[in-house]
Design a protein around this ligand. Structure first.
Ligand code: NAP
Length: 281
């Protein structure tokens, strides 16, 4: 039996999708999670408790592993990489973010934590493949409560663009770089197939549920106050800066998904149709 691929954060949308893909391909996989007892996986999938913030959990999770899918948590990344080297890990695929590519990345808290892990990984001597997706289509789930309860979404910049990527495409890309050696060792900027404004994304959700959804513009301050239960002020400010910079300005669209998976990236409308029930009252 060959060594298992260690998938960190296996309860995550991408981690869980990757575990399923590796299992379906008949490849050995070890699903790691901070709470493995909450994983909903077939009995034949090996599981292990791993918290990226708790170095004591690293050695057992990494024993016998040659490849890792890693979520970006800079807290103890040096200890994780030292444990990975000691265990004989040869290749790590990092779930990074396209935020590292934007001007001012060093001063942006979202980009900073991804950059810190990218830099540590690149310096480690272990083969590194960097997946740098842009905004996830799944972020739209954050509008569900408001759509269900009021039929309205409040946004600070209705005209701000993103090229939302379906998380299944990120899982497919991760599967490709873990299973096809010629794709290893590069950085991939991954996006959805089209740049859409926030208002266009909300209209696509409306089309998926067969209902008009109103878009209301609120001040950046009001949006930040509404988000305070979900994110710290620095993250909210970083997102507001991004929204303002892309207001009326199309986002980059790459062919990264196609390059890695040999088929076109899923559209935002695909995601909306698959997740329509999340938005129905
Ligand atoms: N959102 C974006 O637009 C965006 C853009 C670019 C990059 N990214 C990157 O992608 C990451 C998020 O990936 P994702 O979509 O797979 O994240 P996710 O579904 O939110 O899961 C993130 C982590 O939270 C834990 N988790 C998942 N479900 C949970 C639950 N019900 N209760 C408690 N913990 C749970 C999981 O780790 P355990 O199983 O170990 O608990 C999981 O790995 C971000 O952190 C960022 O680095 C995001």
């Amino acid at each position: 039996m060959s060594s298992p691929v260690l998938v960190t954060g296996s309860r995550g949308a991408i981690g869980s999708g990757l575990v399923s893909r590796l299992r379906a391909a008949g490849l050995p996989v070890r699903a790691a999670s901070a709470a493995p007892e909450k994983l909903d996986l077939p009995d034949d999938v090996e599981t292990v408790r791993l918290r990226l913030g708790e170095p004591g959990t690293f050695p057992a999770a990494l024993a016998g592993v040659r490849q890792v899918f890693l979520y970006a948590d800079p807290t103890h990344v040096d200890a994780f990489l030292a444990a990975a080297k000691a265990a004989g890990v040869e290749h790590i695929v990092l779930l990074s973010s396209s935020s590292v590519l934007y001007a001012g990345a060093e001063d942006n808290p979202i980009a900073q934590r991804h950059l810190a892990v990218e830099q540590a990984l690149t310096a480690s001597g272990i083969d590194a493949t960097l997946l740098r997706p842009g905004a996830f289509a799944g972020n739209a789930a954050g509008w569900a409560w408001s759509i269900k309860s009021t039929g309205t979404v409040e946004v600070p910049y209705p005209g701000t663009h993103a090229s939302p990527i379906h998380q299944d495409d990120v899982a497919d890309a991760a599967f490709a770089v873990l299973t096809e050696p010629r794709l290893r060792g590069a950085a991939y900027h991954l996006t959805g197939p089209e740049s859409l404004t926030a208002a266009q994304q909300i209209a696509a959700l409306g089309a998926a549920i067969g209902r008009d959804i109103a878009v209301e513009t609120v001040s950046p301050e009001a949006w930040k106050a509404a988000m305070s239960a979900y994110m710290d002020d620095a993250t909210a400010d970083a997102l507001l800066d991004y929204f303002a910079a892309y207001d009326g300005r199309p986002d980059t669209v790459t062919r990264g998904v196609e390059e890695l998976t040999a088929r076109p990236a899923r559209t935002f409308a695909d995601w909306a149709a698959e997740n329509a029930d999340t938005f129905r009252p």
